[in-house]
Design a protein around this ligand. Structure first.
Ligand code: RBF
Length: 158
């Protein structure tokens, strides 16, 4: 969890399993590309740091965060992955869209986790401002992409 006291990229190395035999799917949203690109870099480099081979990390893009549900579902049903990661950034605007998108993605990904056999890791930044998203995608509070990679490795091993 990102708090003033917790950096998203801080973790206990000794508790992370070896990922060299694991295969990962990543679905990344194109909205707010500065943020989602940084999340993706963090996730891929952390997976590789723990042994995952580049050819076993498959990245697909979708237009926006709402499409992450469909993208993850396709990967879960067709991909043969040990874990799937979704990465997106929703920034609050002036209309209620923020709430609908966040709730929709959260519900969709929860449902996949509750009904399918592949863990789907939730890397959706939901922030009031761009600055808050920057802090959590390689800024002062670390990178949510790193955290998602660690969670994916742990859940693949689960
Ligand atoms: N997608 C995002 O990933 N992040 C956003 O901040 C975001 N804001 C949106 C705001 C509005 C008003 C609309 C209509 C869409 C937004 N989307 C956003 C795109 C959404 O996730 C989806 O791609 C589209 O609604 C098409 O299904």
């Amino acid at each position: 969890m990102a708090t003033a006291l917790h950096n998203l990229s801080d973790y206990d190395l000794s508790k992370v399993p070896d990922a060299s035999n694991m295969c990962f799917g990543i679905v990344v949203a194109e909205w707010n590309p500065e943020i989602t690109g940084a999340l993706l870099n963090g996730a891929v480099s952390t997976l590789e740091k723990h042994g995952a081979l580049p050819e076993n990390i498959h990245v697909k893009t979708v237009p926006g965060s709402f499409e992450l549900i469909y993208g993850a579902r396709q990967m879960v049903l067709n991909g043969g992955y040990d874990a799937v990661i979704i990465l997106g950034s929703v920034i609050r605007g002036e209309t209620p869209h923020f709430d609908y998108i966040c709730q929709g993605v959260t519900f969709g990904i929860s449902r996949l986790n509750a009904t399918q056999g592949t863990p789907v890791i939730y890397g959706l930044l939901t922030t009031d401002t761009l600055e808050q998203a920057q802090k959590r995608s390689g800024g002062k509070l670390g990178n949510k992409g790193d955290e998602c990679a660690i969670d994916a490795i742990k859940m693949a091993k689960f």
